[in-house]
Design a protein around this ligand. Sequence first.
Ligand SMILES: Nc1ncnc2c1ncn2[C@@H]1O[C@H](COP(=O)(O)OP(=O)(O)O)[C@@H](O)[C@H]1O
Ligand SMILES: [Mg+2]
Length: 410
Amino acid sequence: MPDEYNVLIVDDQEDTRRNVARLLQFENDINVVGTARTGQDAINQTVALDPDVVLMDINMPDMDGIEATELIQQQAPISQIVILSVQGDTNYMRRAMLAGARDFLTKPPKSDELVSVIRRAGAKAKAIRSDVQYIGRGTGSLKDPRGTTIQLSGLGKIVAVYSPKGGVGSTTIATNLAVTLHSVETPAVIVDGSLEFGDVQVFLNERGRTSIIDLTPNAEQLDAELVEDVVLHHKDSGIDIVSAPPNPIDAEQVKGSDFVKVLQFLVRLYSYVIVDTHSYLSDVTIDTLDACDLMVMVSSQDIPSIINTRSMLQLLVNSLGVQKNKILLVMNRFDKQIAISPDKVSHNLGHKVASVIVEDKEVVVPGVNRGVPFMLGEGKSKEIGKGILELVGKVREQLSKLEQNQVPDA
Ligand SMILES: Nc1ncnc2c1ncn2[C@@H]1O[C@H](COP(=O)(O)OP(=O)(O)O)[C@@H](O)[C@H]1O
Ligand SMILES: [Mg+2]
């Protein structure tokens, strides 16, 4: 399905608003989500409705379109502004563009011109959205393609990687997912939720004495400095790590509610908070699955794993009321020689397998033993790496769909 663009029409004349809306009414990919008749109204509605495109008049009673454009740029930097004006004055247009307008049209606009300008500006808004959606507050700035720094107040997302059965590859997938999602603009932290025998540190070949138990007792009053003291920095990838306690005995002092408070603080500092949860349904695991924005559920191709996955899906969706589209199902260690296909599994579980990751011991095992996720090396270009890249794409896409409250195709 092609992208759809939401448009806000700003004009003080009712006739103009109506005429523009009429020109757009037969375009399936363009939705007029609101109209505004003053500059202030335009700003308020842009902030509230988050349209992809704002069609902006120049002359309005309270302020002109340039001033409104400037203010919208500051408060809602993703919405793209197209100036619509009778004034063909090039100086004026230049000022409008400097104020941050994306494009301009003269009134009355021709239908085809209007539509193509909206599509172009709308595509730009979508591109920025997908790039920057998950910028955490602490690092929340980004240069858009025009070189403007965009400050975003959005919080990051919690992605829990979970498998109802141990040994099917949760940690392998969580670590590779984290290093691939991470970028300077969208920083990631991985939190080891296998508190007793967590091995995220080992998978990433980092060692430290600090761990989650340095954060959970202060769950009510965390600050960025404390987090900085506790996380380990993974040099090869740039991600940060919150380790499991060095002594397994200490795991039991971590309460699920505190663990979740830590996660909810971390989304202020990181765009992606990846949690490698433990299969055992402790309150830490249950609270994490409840609090996460998205769950990556890992199954392997063997029958016991699939049966466990089915029970867990039923428990989550039917008993705990988790939204089905919050769960991305991944089939790991896939071997096409085996007759159990992703389609069959999707059918059997009543839940679509979102990504398939092949079995490849030659790539995975040396990576695990050296403590280097295969996505940082040649594995990235192998079939297994393509599976992870596909999963990363699905994670981003589903998070963005869930955020926009659309009905995702789960
Ligand atoms: N796609 C894969 N191909 C080959 N080996 C894999 C794959 N995924 C995981 N493994 C291996 O399976 C073992 C268990 O993986 P791990 O990520 O520790 O599982 P879990 O965290 O679910 O217990 C590891 O030794 C890892 O090397
Ligand atoms: Mg594990």
